[in-house]
Design a protein. Structure first.
Length: 495
């Protein structure tokens, strides 16, 4: 498999036999080379033979779903999995692209609850034998008194939805501390949408269904398992990029969108910054998977003041990824550790070798800590070495044995890791969304474009859905797209 992070700025396939008639078919610019943008570029070429140029600001494809090397070990931007609930058509395409490199792996993580380690995903036997008795008793009390809890309020929030569905014990011990860490806000200040789209077990019946679905006889062949590429999670996007390039898409790396020029309700041109300077083009249609705020800022003063203000008000949560290289073959048998307690700043720690079954190189492994943070926070400006030392301290504070020496520390900072669903986000997003929808030749989709909490398979579903709305001559069925948008809003993130 070609590693696209080692490729030049322009990826093309001069041997392609596909041809496009500029007289009858519109030209497309796809902005952003994450799963949604790549899936769209590939399908635009293979299903309808449109002329496509994809602009990606980074030097490799995949966005937050990319992979890269650290001292010979393939790592991801945090913990990523391809979930078995992926739409069958999308799964078939990925399996066709990756072949034997797509592995079906058992999930083997654990979560720290009340200073006890519990298997994650939660298992009935593990819960029965490892949970502290007082904590377990409180959970059962919450379950027994569910119908006696306060009725929904006239002003619901993430806090009231989860308290009503799960009870105070689970909320105060796990969800609320974890939410404060992930989004840097109090549960009462977050929208109900976050509860329904980000918490798959938002009520005790849903949670119990997930837990008891792990029992033999009740679980499917893929329950408690996930798909993962042999070459890192980013191999999915690398394969999509290869396939799109071979189909004739012009994939441009290190192309950061600087400006979109408007002529009334139509984008006349886009300007990108390349390694050689600014470059302007005039595609017929622009499909953007960039953060919707980035698209609006690129329009400058052509965007109404109300829209600009909404873009300034809406928030994304950032993330620092700290990669600790240790002088040992393996740190633990677990693929991921989850830390809900507030005393440990990192939210999750993964060991990439345990995802892909890689054993080489011998004598070293990498631990990746996910540290929710924003620019200006206490951790954002720290050096790699300082963050590495703090990570070692947090690991020890969690009661984990860390005797291996640190060989090196590396970091990555993601300013757009998660959309923040505060209580004002819906109104601000609607203002931006309506204005972008009013641009005749622009479509926005994907996690960042639709400000959506989603998994990779959801992002690909958006891309496939967008292409399904096109006629052969490039006419876009906006009524069908509106129906698909409603469907996208039912997506629930898989943990």
């Amino acid at each position: 498999m070609t590693m696209l992070d080692q490729m030049p700025d322009k990826i093309s396939n001069p041997e392609t036999t596909l041809e496009v008639s500029a007289e009858t078919k519109p030209t497309f610019a796809v902005l952003g080379g994450g799963p949604a943008g790549l899936g769209a570029a590939w399908k635009l070429r293979t299903e309808a033979n449109f002329e496509v140029t994809l602009h990606e600001g980074a030097g490799l494809l995949g966005g937050n779903a990319a992979s890269f090397d650290i001292e010979g070990i393939r790592v991801d931007y945090g913990s990523h999995r391809l979930h078995p609930v992926t739409d069958p058509a999308i799964m078939q395409d990925i399996q066709g692209l990756l072949g034997d490199d797509l592995l079906l792996r058992p999930r083997h993580g654990r979560i720290r609850l009340k200073k006890s380690w519990i298997h994650f995903p939660l298992k009935p036997v593990d819960l029965a034998t490892r949970l502290p008795i007082p904590f377990a008793g409180a959970l059962f009390f919450d379950a027994a008194t569910a119908k006696l809890r306060a009725k929904p309020t006239d002003d619901p929030t993430f806090e009231t939805v989860l308290l009503g569905g799960l009870g105070r014990t689970m909320c105060e011990s796990f969800y609320f501390p974890y939410v404060r860490k992930l989004w840097g806000r109090e549960p009462k200040d977050l929208s109900t949408t976050l509860a329904y789209r980000r918490v798959s077990g938002s009520s005790l019946p849903k949670l119990m269904k997930k837990i008891f679905g792990q029992l033999p006889g009740l679980k499917s062949p893929t329950t408690g398992k996930f798909y993962y590429p042999r070459g890192g999670f980013g191999q999915i996007c690398e394969a999509l990029g290869d396939a799109a390039g071979k189909a004739g898409a012009d994939i441009q790396l290190n192309n950061r969108v600087e400006q979109i020029e408007l002529d009334g309700n139509r984008v006349k041109s886009i300007t990108v910054r390349t390694s050689e300077g600014l470059s302007t083009s005039s595609p017929d249609l622009i499909w953007s998977t960039l953060p919707i705020t980035t698209l609006i800022r690129a329009a400058g003063d052509k965007a109404p003041a109300e829209v600009q203000n909404a873009a300034k008000a809406i928030k994304y949560r950032g993330m620092i990824l700290v990669y600790l290289v240790l002088d040992t073959d393996q740190f633990s048998e677990y693929d991921a550790h989850y830390f809900p307690e507030s005393s440990i700043p990192m939210s999750r720690m993964s060991e990439p070798k345990n995802y892909s079954t890689a054993r080489e190189p011998s004598g070293k492994t990498v631990l990746c800590a996910e540290l929710p943070a924003d620019s200006g926070d206490e951790h954002w400006g720290l050096s790699d070495d300082d963050l590495g030392e703090k990570m070692r301290d947090w690991i020890k504070a969690a009661g984990l044995d860390l005797t291996a020496k640190t060989l090196s520390t590396h970091t990555r900072r993601l300013p757009f890791a998660y959309p923040v669903y505060d209580r004002d986000y819906a109104g601000n997003f609607e203002i931006m969304d309506k204005w972008v929808e009013g641009l005749e030749n622009v479509l926005t989709f994907g996690r960042q474009g639709l400000f959506a909490h989603d998994n990779t398979h959801h992002a690909l579903a958006m891309a496939y859905g967008a292409v399904s709305c096109l006629s052969e001559d490039g006419v876009f069925d906006r009524a069908h797209w509106a129906e698909l948008r409603e469907e996208f809003e039912t997506h629930v993130v898989e943990d």
